[in-house]
Structure formats: C-alpha cells, structure tokens
Design a binder for this molecule. Structure first.
Ligand code: MN
Length: 360
C-alpha cells in the first residue's frame, strides 16, 4: 500500500474534481471522505460537521479519545468507506495554523551553524543550548502546502536585493490538539493528549538575510517568506511502534523537561534536489524530544491551540551526507527553477513528501 496502508491512515484536506474541500484520510492512492462517512452515521459520537470544513482543526480540538475512537472506526470501515482518487483531487493545507514555532533541537545542526555563523567563537554552541530546547516564533500565515511555488525573497543582506543564499531546512513538525488554558503549562508526560500527529517541514531560509538580521532577537525575514509542509498529518498513534530511546542528555535537564519512556522518532528522512538524493538522515538523533519541546514551549503558561505547528529544527546527523541544509552539506545555494523534495518514512508508515520549486 505504498506506505499508506491501514496502519498509517494520515489525515488531510482534499477536494474532488468540482467538489468542495473536506477532511479526508489517505488510504493507498485514495482519499476516504470523512464528511461523507460521518453523514452515513458511521462516525457516531462526534459533533455534527466535524469533517465538512477545509481544515482539521474541529477534529483536532476534540482530543485524544475522539482521535483513538475515530481511528479504530476507520480501520473497520476501510472496505466500503466512501472515497475518491487522489490522482485527480486537489490536495490542500490540512490545518488552519494559528501559531508556528521552530525549534533548534539537533546538536549537530546547532554546532554546524554555530561554526558557520560565529567562526571566531571558541564554542559553537551557546551556553543555554544543552539546558533548554531553543526556539523562535515563526510566521503561520506563510506556511504552505507541498507543491506551492516558493518566490525568492528580497531583503537586506546587508545591501538590498534578492537573496543570494536561498537554503532549505529538513525538519519534522507536530500538530497540536485541544490545547491548555492560559496559565497552565502542559507537562511533558501529557504529550500524547496534545500532540495529534506529524508532518514534514521545509523551513526555507535566506542565509544572507538571516545572518545580517538574527542578532539579538533571532530569525525574522530570512525565514518568514515561506515554510512548506507535507499534506498528510500522520497520527502519533501510527508512529507509536517507531518510538525509540532518545540519545543521552548531559547535563540532566531540569525536572519539567524530564521524561519516562521512549520519545525519539525512528523516521528515515531524505532530501532530493532536482531528482538526485543529496542527504539521508534519521530523526532519532535529535537531542531534544517532542514532549520536551511541548513542555518547554508552555512552561510559562502560554496557551497552545488546536492546529498549532511546532517544528523540530533542522535535522542533521553526524556523518557527512546526513546534514539537513545545503549550507551544512557544502552545496551551492538554490537557483531559480530548482526543485527540492523532502521525504520521510518509519518502516511501512510513509510521511509522504513536501516539495517546492524556486521562482525568481
Ligand atoms: Mn528551521
């Protein structure tokens, strides 16, 4: 089933020819029509029209019990559930993203970039890096679905003009569920109640703009022009068999960042540039795990909402050819017309792909 069998069943939004967008689940090369399935009375217990809109947010807001029940009902209904072929459908952004955060959780990436951006520093990592999952708030309005053309941004670099250092960042992102009341942090141990699923993320980056603007408040226009995500949100439930022990952390994190159990995701990842694979890596090597990211992101009591996107940061491995960006791979930056495709899979569970072509 091409990585989209009954053990995967990722959620998305699609419109059949001449039809309105609605929430669907990918099964093989078809879209199971969740709105039609609910109208047939085969998803009892959910609020009316949960799946009739052009975003998964109403379903995300229902929480873990509804997610688990729906997945079980879907697996039972696969034989004769209403569906349409994806080949002729329009596949849309799956979620109305309210807030977007990008972490910086790969030790190798943070070290590589520290050396490139601060060549005179003795230590490539800043002193806080091993104590907390560093992040910045990105821009939700420019998160686009796979296939959307990427326009080369202009900006200060420090002269003004089109970026001459357009790069990619290979990342994973999680999509949140119901959220928390303002003032109430989410403990790391509650991650399963709040993390619905995962997408692939390409955090397009203009390195010349970024390098000039990023100190002291972090990335801004070098990142906010576009972020691409894959269209299929793979439920955490489908990825449970692929959770593995995370790498050791030294020093031991503060109590609110400690976790029990296995929280690294054993997901193989690759970058393809104009049809050639240029990097292969795996997400299990990330230093900070997603429950730690969520706990840190809310430790001050800020509130998560259904459909927020939290990206991992660039995923780079220690070996040459496992880096998650062109600048780290030592490759030329992107030219107009270049197409970049990121892919991911955990065994038989495909995350699909996120692709984008550069327009001048
Ligand atoms: Mn990034």
């Amino acid at each position: 089933m091409n990585g989209f069998g009954a053990d995967n069943l990722p959620y998305g939004v699609a419109a059949p020819p001449g039809g309105a967008p609605r929430c669907v689940v990918r099964y093989g090369d078809d879209a199971i029509d969740l709105d039609a399935l609910q109208r047939e009375g085969r998803l009892p217990g959910l609020p009316e029209h949960t799946f009739g809109g052009a975003a998964l947010n109403p379903f995300l807001a229902l929480g873990r019990t509804a997610w688990e029940t729906t997945r079980a009902r879907l697996q039972d209904a696969l034989g004769d559930a209403p569906r349409f072929p994806l080949a002729t459908a329009e596949i849309l952004l799956p979620v109305q993203i309210g807030d977007y955060v990008d972490f910086y959780s790969s030790l190798e990436h943070a070290s590589n970039l520290g050396r490139l951006f601060r060549p005179d520093a003795e230590e490539p990592l800043l002193p806080n890096w091993r104590h907390l999952p560093v992040a910045y708030h990105g821009r939700a309005s420019s998160v686009v679905v796979s296939g959307t053309p990427i326009h080369r941004p202009s900006g200060q670099r420090p002269g003004f003009g089109p970026t001459e250092a357009l790069d990619i960042e290979l990342e994973l992102g999680f999509i949140t569920g119901p959220g928390n009341p303002l003032g109430t942090p989410i403990p790391a141990a509650h991650a399963r109640d709040h993390v619905f699923g995962f997408v692939l993320v390409n955090d397009w980056s203009a390195r010349d703009i970024q390098r000039w603007e990023y100190q002291p408040l972090g990335p801004f226009l070098g990142k906010s022009f576009a972020t691409s995500i894959s269209p299929w949100v793979v439920p955490l439930q489908a990825l449970e068999p692929h959770l593995v022990p995370a790498r050791p952390q030294e020093p031991e994190p503060l109590p609110y960042l400690r976790t029990d159990g296995d929280w690294a995701l054993d997901i193989d990842l690759e970058i393809e540039l104009n049809g050639t694979t240029i990097s292969r890596t795996n997400a299990r090597g990330l230093y900070w795990t997603f429950p730690q990211q969520l706990a840190h992101a809310t430790v001050n009591g800020t509130n998560v909402r259904p459909g927020d996107l939290y990206a991992s940061g660039t995923i780079s491995g220690p070996a040459p050819g496992s880096e998650g960006s062109l600048i780290e791979l030592g490759r030329p930056f992107l030219r107009d017309g270049d197409t970049v495709t990121l892919r991911g899979a955990a065994g038989e569970i495909s995350l699909g792909e996120v692709t984008g072509t550069i327009r001048g």
